[in-house]
Design a protein around this ligand. Structure first.
Ligand code: GLN
Length: 309
């Protein structure tokens, strides 16, 4: 393999020159005004080395990438009982789809579609005020990233609430089936703030380190979660992390990854690397177009597909 720093640098240069960059999400102004020209990449390896290129230090809205951190925290809080309320199967549907909730009696297919993430938010609430649960999640992500510069963008959170009719619908539907313990407004408030987490590629790659390290936080050497849970979260990222584009991502890239409509993707190579890429233009499934391409190139050049011997 070539020098990793050279690979990361050359992928960033190649992506910056790409003409076909996909469409930036435009359902809220804070996302619509982000230029599609950005591209950032950060790779933290198991020995703690960080390689970054392009706009790797620029904060962006991580959106659904946050579902990985919320799930981790919720599993730590409520344990495997969470799996009574949310499944572990790919949905094959759009991230905000409601259709499967009817036949599956309010149990979302997995924790990485919106319905599943709202159940996870409800579990994080556990009788607290939304503000406390949001504070817990923010502190947790800051700890994972070893960086107090991680923030929640309140403009994004308010816009999410103002336009979140589908998410309220999902929450109401699940509430009707008895799968939300707290008020719909509280669970959605936690979910909207979690979507508004704002991080750079460097911060995101740092925050993902525990998933490449059997659940151990490299900064403190302490376990964040058990090795078994880290392995299972990675499995869910591979099978469900890109919604109805998860099969295609596994086929092309072969690395567990979680995307968000802000154009970020967190990808984990167990034992080897935690990777974050960001390019705001999305493909037709709502996943970063150039982010996916960059990860495909990185996997090719490093041999990091989990399916490579
Ligand atoms: N805030 C978005 C929503 O709930 C997040 C979706 C995503 O990143 N895929 O619709």
């Amino acid at each position: 393999m070539d020098d990793l720093g050279d690979i990361v640098g050359s992928i960033a240069a190649q992506m910056s020159a790409e003409a076909d960059r996909g469409r930036v999400a435009d359902y809220i102004p804070a996302l619509a005004r982000v230029s599609p020209d950005h591209f950032g990449i950060a790779v933290v390896t198991a020995d703690g080395t960080l390689h970054a290129a392009g706009d790797a230090q620029l904060p962006f809205s991580v959106q659904s990438v946050s579902k990985v951190f919320a799930l981790t925290l919720a599993l730590d809080r409520v344990g495997d009982d969470l799996w009574k309320r949310v499944g572990r199967e790919p949905s094959g549907s759009a991230f905000n789809s409601i259709v499967q909730l009817e036949s599956e009696r309010g149990i979302p297919r997995n924790p990485f579609i919106n319905a599943g993430a709202i159940v996870v938010s409800d579990a994080l609430l556990a009788g607290q005020h939304a503000r406390e649960a949001i504070g817990d999640l923010l502190r947790f992500v800051r700890f994972l990233a070893d960086d107090d510069g991680v923030t929640i963008d309140s403009e994004v959170a308010h816009s999410e609430a103002g336009t979140g009719f589908r998410n309220f619908a999902l929450a109401n539907y699940m509430k009707a089936f008895g799968n939300l313990d707290n008020a719909v407004e509280e669970a959605c408030k936690v979910y909207f703030h979690q979507c508004a987490l704002t991080m750079s590629c460097c911060q995101l790659a740092m925050a993902g380190r525990f998933l490449m390290a059997d659940g151990v936080h490299p900064g403190t050497g302490r376990p964040v979660i058990t090795p078994e849970r880290a392995r299972r979260i990675n499995a869910l990222m591979l099978t469900c992390g890109h919604y109805d584009g998860s099969g295609e991502f596994a086929f092309r890239v072969g690395i567990p990854g979680k995307s968000g409509v802000g154009g970020g993707i967190l990808a984990i190579v167990p034992g080897k690397a935690s990777i974050a890429v960001w390019s705001p233009g999305l493909n037709e499934r709502g996943n970063s177009k150039l982010g996916s391409l960059a990860l495909e190139k990185l996997a090719e050049r490093t041999g990091w597909s989990v399916f490579t011997a």
